[in-house]
Design a protein around this ligand. Structure first.
Ligand code: C2E
Ligand code: MG
Ligand code: MG
Length: 572
């Protein structure tokens, strides 16, 4: 495609350059943009696929109108999504080219990363030189595949790890073992087997960058070294998945269509403790073995801190179980109000842990350590049960206040979640279902979207309310959310925090309110810390909110005194 670059003020720096058409499809992305986001190609991709939701909303509500009116928009901070889901904060200059079908030209830089990028370019050159020199001089190749063999890859690792020009270098060692290769060998014989191994090696090699290396380690095992730059964040499972998944497409060998899958283990270099080249390969091999045990066709990471973390994990789980038994957990409740009338419209239950030695712990102190584990489900059930009990009590004494609880993604994805929720609700038949609300993180609602969407729909069919928490901070895009119906969007605190000084945040809040209207749900603002914020939110059309300015989270028994003299909803 012939795209005339429109000069921008970032021209002297390494900058990303995108051109989009008036349907917001990407027509062109320069090499920097591709590398920065981890893509091989972006042409034809909808622009919103690489925008976070907040950036989509900012575009709709602020950038697009400004481009239409003035043709340009400078120094806008946006968050882009890299292929592995990580976020990239960039500063963007945008131009609309009226003479060229209103194509839009985007130039962006990542100011904080600028110096690092130069360093990475130098590192990559050093690495390439090292690799070429090594391959030319020393490599012993494997007869079957023509790839470096076991000895070479270990020597290469040794040289690379001791080369002073590359000491900063970070990389991932990947150990790949084919699942089901033996049956190919047994069925079709060694000659076809060898051709197959060669084809696998070629396919792996094609999927790598010049600075990466693939070797045949033995049998049906391959070792891959993936160079990692800081700028790519962490080489993550998704990127490895892309490499390994390529092996799932059948191979055509001698007119036969042959398929295998592969199990892979990965480990990172450098590590906190010093590590030898052979040890790195053993770690990746060990992780691969766990992938096999877990059912093959998977990827596992080696975790150098595994033993330590297992021990503390074990202790924490035991402490939490004991804490539940000894009533050390409690819920604090934060009022949500109608911002205009001050009427309390509900309460959010937030967990606290009265730890015997460490004092009152906040969710941020312990929840993350039990993520994705059975104990998280047990604690989640305790939260739901306790909040239901409290809500029922308030109802019985004439305070019909809806209560919301936070539900984690892991809870929601648990196959027994609906069953257990139903059983818990059954214990409190006097509480109207529409007075109980589940707050789900936007990020978990879009994950594995089909199944979660079904769970959300079932909860709503039961009569419960569902809200999306921290809305605007997740990775979703508008197209993701179209299919997800919920009752409430909770505008994340980060947008409210500096809304009075940051016009982009005003635009995002406006966008979320408009979005809520369009999808027939309510919007509520979190984290209101001042009267000015409250007034500004009201002016933007946001009717409800919560935050320290209104009330801090407080124990259940403080709610009644707090409510005295305030307008409360009457019992229906
Ligand atoms: P969240 O659901 O977004 O809850 C709001 C958090 O913001 C609460 O922090 C609340 O105390 C705090 N907050 C409220 N108003 C303001 C304000 O005006 N300014 C500031 N700076 N902060 C405000 P908390 O209680 O520490 O909870 C943090 C997060 O932990 C919650 O965020 C929620 O995601 C999670 N969480 C809390 N309780 C539970 C629970 O029972 N289960 C699960 N799965 N997660 C929970
Ligand atoms: Mg919440
Ligand atoms: Mg929140």
């Amino acid at each position: 495609m012939n795209i005339a670059r429109i000069p921008g003020s970032f021209d002297l720096m390494p900058s990303g350059y995108l051109v989009t058409d008036n349907e917001r499809s990407i027509l062109y992305a320069n090499r920097y943009a591709l590398t920065h986001l981890g893509y091989d190609d972006l042409s034809g991709t909808p622009l919103f696929d690489i925008f976070t939701l907040a950036s989509c909303i900012l575009f709709e509500s602020y950038i697009a109108p400004l481009l239409l009116k003035e043709g340009a928009c400078d120094e806008i901070q946006l968050t882009l999504k890299a292929i592995d889901g990580s976020k990239r904060s960039v500063v963007t200059n945008i131009r609309r080219d009226e003479a060229d079908n209103n194509r839009v030209h985007w130039t962006f830089i990542n100011a904080s990363q600028r110096d690092k990028l130069f360093q990475e370019l130098i590192d990559a050159r050093n690495l390439l030189e090292e690799k070429t020199r090594f391959l030319e001089a020393r490599t012993v190749t494997d007869d079957v595949t023509g790839l470096p063999n076991r000895l070479s890859v270990t020597q290469y690792l040794t040289e690379r790890m001791s080369n002073p020009a590359l000491v900063q270098s970070q990389f991932v060692v990947l150990f790949i073992d084919l699942d089901g290769f033996k049956s190919i060998n047994d069925t079709y014989g060694h000659e076809i087997g060898d051709q197959f191994l060669k084809a696998v090696g070629q396919r792996l090699a094609r999927s790598l960058r010049a600075t990466d290396l693939v070797a045949r380690y033995g049998g049906d095992e391959y070792v891959v070294l993936l160079q990692q730059t800081d700028n790519e964040a962490k080489t993550n499972t998704l990127m490895i998945q892309r490499i390994v998944n390529q092996l799932n497409t059948p191979f055509q060998i001698n007119g036969q269509s042959l398929s295998v899958s592969a199990s892979a283990g990965a480990t990172r270099y450098p590590q906190r403790d010093s590590v030898e080249p052979e040890q790195l390969i053993r770690q990746a091999d060990q992780a691969m073995y766990e992938a096999k045990l877990a059912g093959k066709n998977q990827i596992r990471w080696f975790d150098p801190d595994w033993e330590n973390s297992q021990r503390t994990q074990h202790e924490l789980t035991a402490q939490i179980r004991q804490g539940i038994e000894l009533n050390q957990f409690l819920l604090h409740y934060q009022p949500k109000i109608n911002l205009k009338s001050g009427t309390v419209i509900g309460l959010e239950a937030l967990i606290r842990w009265q730890h015997p030695n460490r004092g009152l712990l906040m969710p941020g102190d312990f929840l993350m350590h039990i993520e994705n584990q059975q104990i998280e489900l047990e604690l989640g059930d305790w939260v739901i049960d306790t909040a239901l009990k409290q809500a029922t009590q308030w109802h019985q004494c004439g305070l019909p206040l809806p209560v919301s609880v936070n539900v984690s993604g892991f809870q929601l994805m648990d196959p027994q979640f609906l069953e257990r929720l139903t059983a818990l609700l059954y214990r409190y038949p006097d509480l109207p279902r529409q007075h109980f609300e589940l707050e789900l993180l936007e990020t978990c609602a879009i994950d594995d979207s089909m199944n979660i969407a079904n769970v959300i729909a079932s909860c709503r069919r039961m009569g419960l309310l569902v809200s999306l928490d921290d809305f605007g901070t997740g990775y979703s895009t508008l197209s993701h959310l179209k299919d997800l119906s919920v009752d409430i969007l909770k505008i994340d605190r980060s947008f409210v925090q500096d809304m009075l000084t940051n016009p982009s945040n005003i635009a995002i809040i406006k966008g979320i309110i408009g979005f809520a209207k369009a999808f027939d749900c309510k919007a509520i603002a979190e984290g209101i810390e001042s009267a000015d914020q409250q007034a500004a939110l009201l002016q933007l059309g946001c009717q409800t909110g919560q935050g320290y300015h209104i009330a801090r989270p407080m124990p259940g028994e403080s709610i009644e005194p707090w409510l005295t003299g305030r307008p409360t909803p009457t019992k229906p």
